[in-house]
Design a protein around this ligand. Structure first.
Ligand SMILES: [Zn+2]
Ligand SMILES: [Zn+2]
Length: 173
């Protein structure tokens, strides 16, 4: 005769572990594990790493460890893959266009589209985190303003036996 039951689900069984049937006991263990798991949260961008992916969605009520994510460590570590140079007769509005274009790209599709702007007057350089983003911007500038695009490659350094090549894209207005 079965006289005992799981206090969680009410199933009658003589095999109880801490008052739970085997199914409820397993579930409880999984939940406990989930609670003890520590989630990485980037203190720069606010993204959380969930199942190996950085996402803006957050898990609630979990333990958190503050870190700097891969993208932010590049962004704040002077990393860039391409230099887009504005030369010739360009104006402030062209520079603004570049900024807006990259900001939007970074927000919407390519987190590596971050950039640093340097130079002044008639020579502006945009150091851009992703080659793809730099190419897109150059194409857009050409279509919109008809500037001439000249691409050249520049050898930058060697890392772990590999040559690191950065794209240089010259946009002449
Ligand atoms: Zn149960
Ligand atoms: Zn981050």
């Amino acid at each position: 005769m079965v006289s005992r039951f799981c206090f969680k689900c009410g199933k009658k069984t003589n095999k109880l572990i801490d008052g739970y049937c085997s199914t409820c006991y397993k579930q409880r263990k999984v939940k406990k594990k989930e609670k003890e798991k520590i989630y990485e949260l980037c203190k720069k961008c606010g993204y959380m790493k969930i199942n190996g992916k950085w996402t803006l969605q957050h898990k609630q009520n979990v333990k958190i460890k503050n870190v700097v994510c891969d993208v932010c460590s590049k962004k704040y570590g002077d990393y860039y893959e391409a230099i887009l140079q504005l030369r010739g007769d360009f104006q402030e509005r062209h520079v603004d266009f570049c900024k807006r274009f990259l900001n939007k790209l970074e927000r919407k599709e390519d987190r590596m589209a971050f950039f640093f702007l340097s130079g002044k007057n008639k020579e502006i350089d945009l150091k851009i985190g992703s080659k793809k983003a730099a190419k897109k911007l150059a194409k857009s500038l050409k279509n919109r303003y008809g500037c001439k695009i000249k691409k050249s490659y520049k050898l930058y350094s060697r890392k772990a036996g590999k040559n690191i090549v950065r794209d240089t894209i010259l946009c002449r207005f």
